[in-house]
Design a protein. Structure first.
Length: 402
């Protein structure tokens, strides 16, 4: 099978996903078009060489609907021969899209492709696309549906993670993200977003709070207690997990991922196209995996996706130099480290979504690019990138620095 290499990765900064956020005035298709233009221009590629583009998008309706990827390809001025596909695997959509691009290269369908994602959560709110999973009784009842926040609290309760544990982890996320920006660790990948007049509207992640501490987080009320206790979702979760006497509601806005806007693109191709176009490979895709997991607790999938990807690569957890797991909720990362025996020193070394936000369809591609940069910066060899997923799934990708 043909090897797939990452040649470049770019992302926008993440803007607050509200009407007062810096990226609110930028349409999602414009965000997507800007990262596509950047990955083409900074590598001096004739866009006709890029055969396909796969972009994740979790709420693919309204401005983000109608295969936004193809529209963005055309808006970016790509050749009309470049096709586009829209991918939705909830929070892992951006990584899944990059894996699809890599798989096309490995299978010989494409020589050069782009994977990535976009989500404008300020313009197309989360959940705008609806769906049977939470609301159709035939689905919700038999699958013991509970909202993700309740699932996160269930994880914390089941695996003995206290609110102090979660808050301490979250403080560190902000510290690491602040340090990463101060040291220029994101400089290579982050491109400024511009408005229609060419004026830069955002060039730095907007939600990092360097002064976050245990006291400020301690003042926040649990976000999912009413949902769990008053709306009955705690009882649903306990039907599925009867060993849980009472769910402790320990997640809040400060130890959960932020709602933001953003886009990312990863350029992936085979060795031959890189040599022909004068591109230097930066990382090799070592293995990829997606799995299904128990849908009520929902967010424990990264452990199983990681194990599957490691097995496919002929590796063990100790062979990985750096881990990157999306910080959807603090308990997700803490449980993964517990289950996989991974030290915090090699997990999310530049902070994560608790500090910088989680633009649903783009995050997976963003953190994949972050790990390409970090492997080079720190002179490490291997990284495993993974995300938890709604409905009980997980996706993981292992890359190796070239």
């Amino acid at each position: 099978m043909t090897e797939a290499y990452i040649y470049d990765a770019v992302r926008t900064p993440r803007g607050k996903g509200r009407s007062d956020g810096s990226l609110h005035e930028i349409t999602p298709v414009a965000l997507a078009a800007q990262v596509l233009g950047a990955v083409r221009d900074r590598n001096n590629i004739d866009s006709a060489e890029i055969e396909d583009v796969a972009f994740g998008c979790v709420s693919p309706v309204g401005e983000q609907g109608a295969v936004i990827t193809r529209t963005a390809v055309l808006m970016a001025g790509y050749a009309q021969t470049t096709s586009g596909i829209q991918v939705n695997r909830f929070c892992a959509s951006g990584l899944e899209a990059a894996n699809i691009a890599a798989a096309k290269v490995m299978a010989g369908e494409c020589d050069l492709a782009v994977g990535g994602g976009v989500e404008s959560m300020s313009r197309v709110p989360m959940g705008s696309d609806g769906g049977a999973w939470p609301v159709d009784p035939q689905s919700a009842f038999h699958n013991y549906f509970v909202p993700q926040g309740v699932s996160a609290d269930l994880i914390a309760t089941k695996y003995g993670l206290s609110r102090d544990d979660l808050d301490a982890y979250s403080v560190e996320s902000h510290k690491r993200a602040t340090k990463a920006w101060e040291e220029g660790r994101f400089d290579r990948s982050v491109m400024p977003v511009k408005d229609v007049m060419g004026v830069t509207v955002l060039d730095r992640d907007e939600t990092i709070r360097p002064d976050t501490n245990m006291q400020s987080l301690g003042a926040l009320n649990p976000a999912f207690a009413m949902m769990g206790e008053n709306f009955g979702f705690d009882g649903v979760a306990q039907q599925r997990y009867p060993e849980i006497e009472k769910i402790k509601h320990v997640h809040h806005a400060g130890n959960s991922s932020g709602i933001v806007d953003g886009a990312a693109a990863v350029l992936i191709g085979n060795k031959e196209v890189g040599e022909r176009l004068g591109l230097k490979p930066r990382a090799r895709i070592r293995s990829m995996a997606s799995i299904g997991s128990e849908p009520t607790i929902m967010l424990t999938g990264p452990e199983f996706a990681a194990k599957k990807a490691l097995k496919r690569a002929g590796m063990t957890a100790s062979d990985i130099d750096l881990y990157e797991l999306n910080e959807a909720f603090a308990a997700v990362v803490l449980r993964f480290m517990q289950a996989m025996n991974v030290d915090h020193d090699i997990m999310n070394v530049n902070g994560g979504a608790i500090a910088m936000g989680h633009p649903l369809g783009a995050t997976g591609a963003m953190i994949l690019g972050t790990m390409v940069d970090e492997l080079e910066r720190s002179n490490k060899e291997t990284s495993l990138v993974t995300l938890c997923i709604g409905g009980g799934m997980g996706t993981a990708t292992i890359i190796e620095r070239v």
